[in-house]
Unconditional design. Structure first.
Length: 248
């Protein structure tokens, strides 16, 4: 078996990663499970990727959380995903712009999840799990919650939204997040619904893998609420519930 340094060098070459002594090495086989969090132009720059990374690092799964993207040490690729226990797509800007940047990775992400990987999508990441456009990971599609009959939010600004999470009322940070339109008899675990009954969070199988998506932002930190003049709601436990359900 080649020494660890040879393995890391060959893996970096396979990934096309930039060498930098200031960045942590790629994980060795048999180490802590790797969680890759997208960070780049298809995600909102104001701490959204970092909030997802903090959520994943805080759970009981002992994940080795790293960023992936066009400007990260680990670029998003099939080779990188092959080493990951879970891939997380944070919130961001518009669906059309994000998908244009990520379209070339769609087959890689689908193959990764179908082969046993895990996908987590928060807000825009939830939209991207749909099909029009998106990675087509769901037994159905996505659409704007604010456009549904009986929606309690009617604008695309940062705000709060009420949900029933596992049947209990919870208030979450929200910014034009999706609801999830399911095929008849779809095999899903619905974690949360909006007040009009549409689906706000779910987990579903995809091939040998699992997909977890949420329209609001359970990963939101206190500063998100305070910066928008909103009352703070601690929903970290809901984010952990979603991740735990996906990692089963």
């Amino acid at each position: 078996m080649p020494p660890a340094s040879d393995f890391l060098d060959s893996l970096r070459r396979a990934l096309g990663a930039r060498q930098s002594p200031k960045l942590p090495p790629l994980p060795l086989p048999g180490g802590r499970p790797l969680a890759l969090v997208y960070r780049g132009p298809a995600a909102r720059p104001a701490g959204y990727s970092e909030a997802v990374a903090a959520l994943l690092a805080s759970g009981p799964w002992d994940l080795d959380v790293r960023y992936t993207g066009p400007h990260e040490e680990i670029p998003l690729s099939a080779a990188a995903l092959a080493h990951a226990r879970v891939y997380a797509q944070p919130g961001g800007g518009t669906l059309s712009a994000a998908y244009r940047r990520l379209k070339r990775h769609a087959d890689e992400i689908r193959d990764y999840v179908h082969g046993g990987g895990r996908y987590l999508g928060f807000c825009l990441g939830g939209y991207l799990a749909g099909a029009t456009p998106g990675f087509a990971l769901l037994p159905g599609d996505t659409d704007q919650y604010i456009a549904t009959p009986g929606a309690t939010v009617h604008h695309d600004r940062d705000t709060l939204v009420e949900t029933a999470w596992r049947g209990l009322p919870r208030t979450l940070y929200f910014q034009d997040g999706p609801h999830f339109v399911l095929d008849r008899d779809a095999d899903v675990t619905v974690l949360a619904t909006y007040p009009n009954g549409t689906v706000a969070a779910l987990v579903a199988p995809f091939g040998d893998g699992r997909v977890g998506v949420v329209g609001p932002h359970p990963e939101a930190t206190d500063d998100w609420f305070l910066d928008e003049g909103l009352s703070v709601h601690h929903t970290h436990d809901l984010g952990l519930d979603l991740v735990g359900e996906v990692l089963k």
